[in-house]
Write a protein of this length. Structure first.
Lengths: 440, 272
């Protein structure tokens, strides 16, 4: 009997120690790292950062880290790479649980979701008003991270949009680059028809259920699914009505190649099946990936809507850095962002050249990297153009539920395409559905 | 008569061929993808390309893949071994020793299968933080040791184990622990093998919980790595495919080595 108990006990001790063993190692090394930096005056500590995209945000953060460490060699960095959805999931779990252990110091948040975090977790993010000179950043970008007059983030990459087109196809259809400057969507459709007739190529790769283009159209008119106060403005929104009508016109004109999902959409222009793509500047990497099309591309300003106030500049996507109020190294994290992201011109030149990242730090945009000619785009100074457009992007309130609104509208689009619902009726239906969902 | 049989055969083969294509295609796509550039993968190129070495080079230089792969292996192996020991003992207890509360307790444990993990996540996370197990592999392993499904699975198998043998062993003076380790366990090998495959697969594929618990790149698992690779303005599909192939290998190896046991285990270990 005793022997049996003993053997059970031994097995259990063994199992527990085995498991405890793999846990202990890390905690002890964590403690070492926390105790180690004690030198006075010099900045010491460890900044933990969560972000996504190995070749973009992560690579850029590594560059920023190296620059900061030259001045502050005792500051350590832990840059954790996760998928975008994973960063969101993790952040929600940690903020909801109220646990402070393991919170990062800096986190990357997509602009469309910024208000959701700021409003859902008051006090979770550090107020950076006055600590960062926000006047040096693009206005539209600062306004989306402002809540009750306080600015909570450091603006990062821009999704400034452009009308990328194949010069060879457009020339075949009889259009010169000047003809494509500052056009409306109606003109765009007219050009598309001619391109289709002359070259047989579609003008656009187009996902019937993709709301990206609609968000570009809306923001170009300074409108969104929500007004300045965050109220739903779907049914009585002139710009949105025009955007939905334009979607239908584009589909009816037969100038699109239908695609479903990101990969097909990218494949459409990589394969040379479409003559243009209207989207954020971050697409440059995917366009250039097809090296055989070098010299055949150019960029024009985004087409505008036929409503008053619409401009030839808009935005799609983009994200910004936020500092957690309860992170362990909050102050060093703010200092780091301030020195590099809000002060280092040279850094912005480097990340543009290396990673194609267009920042929203305006002083950097006069730098030499921004005025370089790009052979892929027929020696056009594309980034000079993009930085010119950034300043014109109308500021809008993305509200808390951009993706929910997007989904509600895309759900009624099939009925708009088929003519079963008028634009007004469809938007009314979408608004009801959206209000239902978000409980307003 | 003969014609009928031939026609039947044709249909059977046709069906099998379709099933074969459907199940093998993803593997084919994965393996060709691994040899192509991202652009070619996007364009839907289905033939082998010449970028295999480049893709692996990027995978090994950009990511700490050896460490991450080892993390996954370590977590899965320890979880599997631990789950088999603990869950099989629990199931044995439920089946062999009777008490008034036995069936009620068992039912309560079974019911917990119906609670979705999302509902448990935040309390469990708080618990793990209290135990200082955040960002440790132990935080993953300890929480998955007692698997309700595997307890259920073992108990079903133990039901067919002849109780007379246990009685006989007791008469011969064997202790309860000895009976379990030297009589029951060896004769249930195939059940253990089937449960091992299941436990390993669950642990190897688990995603949400590691995501919440692990905090640094050093501690990461393969699932987290692959997920993070694909979230990008310009995803490198060729490299992602290479990582997926690596992540699939252990599952394939385990399944093929334990395949025979697996089928036996599913149909019951003891032949009466």
């Amino acid at each position: 009997m005793k022997k049996r108990m003993l053997s059970i006990l031994l097995v259990m001790v063994l199992a527990v120690s085995l498991l405890a063993g793999c846990g202990k190692k890390e905690t002890s090394s964590n403690q070492e790292q926390q105790q180690q930096p004690q030198a006075p005056a010099e900045k010491t500590g460890k900044i933990t950062i969560w972000a996504w995209d190995p070749n973009f945000n992560i690579a850029i953060m590594n560059e920023a880290k190296e620059r900061y460490q030259k001045e502050n060699p005792k500051v350590e960095f832990e840059i954790v790479e996760m998928a975008k959805a994973d960063v969101e999931q993790k952040l929600h779990t940690m903020l909801q649980s109220g646990v402070k252990d393991g919170l990062p110091d800096i986190v990357l948040i997509e602009d469309y979701n910024a208000q959701k975090y700021l409003q859902s977790y008051p006090g979770a993010f550090a107020d950076l008003t006055g600590k960062i000179d926000h006047s040096k950043f693009a206005n539209y970008k600062v306004s989306l991270m402002t809540l009750d007059g306080k600015v909570y983030g450091v603006p990062f990459d821009s999704g400034v949009s452009g009308f990328f087109y194949r010069t060879d196809y457009l020339a075949q259809a009889g259009y010169k680059p000047e003809d494509l400057n500052n056009i409306t969507w109606d003109k765009f459709i007219e050009i598309g028809k001619k391109v289709k007739a002359k070259t047989g190529k579609a003008m656009l790769g187009f996902g019937l259920d993709d709301g990206g283009l609609m968000r570009i159209m809306l923001q170009s008119a300074g409108q969104w699914y929500f007004d300045k106060d965050g109220n739903v403005t779907v049914a009585n929104n002139e710009a949105l009505k025009e955007a939905v009508a334009t979607y239908k016109k584009i589909v009816d004109a037969g100038i699109i190649k239908k695609t479903s999902g990101w990969n097909e959409w990218v494949a459409a222009f990589n394969k040379g099946d479409t003559a243009s793509v209207v989207t954020g500047v971050w697409i440059v990497g995917s366009v250039k990936a097809e090296a055989s099309q070098s010299g055949k591309w150019a960029v024009a300003p985004t087409p505008k809507l036929n409503v008053s106030g619409s401009v030839n500049a808009s935005n799609l996507g983009g994200s910004s850095w936020y500092v957690l109020e309860n992170g362990k190294s909050k102050d060093i994290a703010i200092d780091f962002l301030n020195k590099i992201y809000a002060g280092d011109n040279d850094f912005y030149q480097k990340i543009l050249v290396d990673r194609g990242a267009v920042g929203t730090y305006m002083p950097a945009q006069g730098g030499e990297a921004y005025s370089k000619e790009d052979a892929f785009f027929g020696n056009q100074k594309v980034y000079t153009d993009f930085s010119g457009w950034i300043g014109n992007i109308p500021a809008v309130n993305y509200g808390l539920y951009t993706y929910e609104a997007d989904a509600a509208i895309m759900a009624v689009m099939p009925d708009v395409y088929s003519g079963k619902l008028t634009v007004d009726a469809a938007l009314k239906k979408a608004e009801d559905q959206l209000k239902n969902q978000i409980g307003k | 008569m003969k014609v009928k049989r031939v026609v039947g055969r044709i249909f059977v083969y046709l069906f099998l061929i379709i099933a074969f294509v459907v199940s093998v295609f993803p593997f084919y796509w994965m393996i060709t993808g691994m040899t192509n550039t991202a652009v070619d993968v996007i364009k839907g190129k289905m033939t082998f390309g010449s970028h295999l070495i480049d893709n692996f080079k990027v995978l090994f230089t950009t990511y700490n893949i050896k460490r991450i792969f080892f993390n996954s292996i370590k977590i899965s192996v320890l979880t599997t071994v631990g789950t088999l020991i603990i869950s099989s003992m629990a199931a044995y207890g439920f089946e062999v020793y009777s008490s008034k509360a036995r069936e009620k307790t068992y039912a309560a444990i079974m019911l917990s299968m119906m609670v979705p993990f999302a509902a448990l996540m935040i309390p469990l996370f708080k618990l793990i933080v209290k135990f200082h197990l955040i960002n440790t592999h132990a935080g993953l392993i300890l929480t998955s040791l007692a698997s309700v499904f595997i307890i259920f699975f073992f108990r079903q198998s133990f039901k067919s184990f002849p109780k007379d043998i246990i009685q006989a062993a007791r008469v011969d003076g064997a202790g309860e622990f000895k009976i379990f380790t030297s009589i029951v366990m060896p004769s249930m090998k195939s059940t253990y093998a089937a449960a091992a495959i299941y436990a390993f697969m669950t642990s190897w594929n688990s995603y949400l919980w590691p995501l919440i618990v692990l905090q640094t790149d050093k501690q990461k698992t393969m699932t987290l790595l692959i997920s993070s690779m694909s979230s990008a303005y310009f995803p490198e599909y060729g490299v992602i495919m290479a990582a997926i192939v690596l992540a699939t290998l252990p599952m394939i190896i385990i399944f093929f080595t334990l395949q025979n046991y697996f089928v036996q285990g599913m149909t019951g270990s003891i032949k009466q």
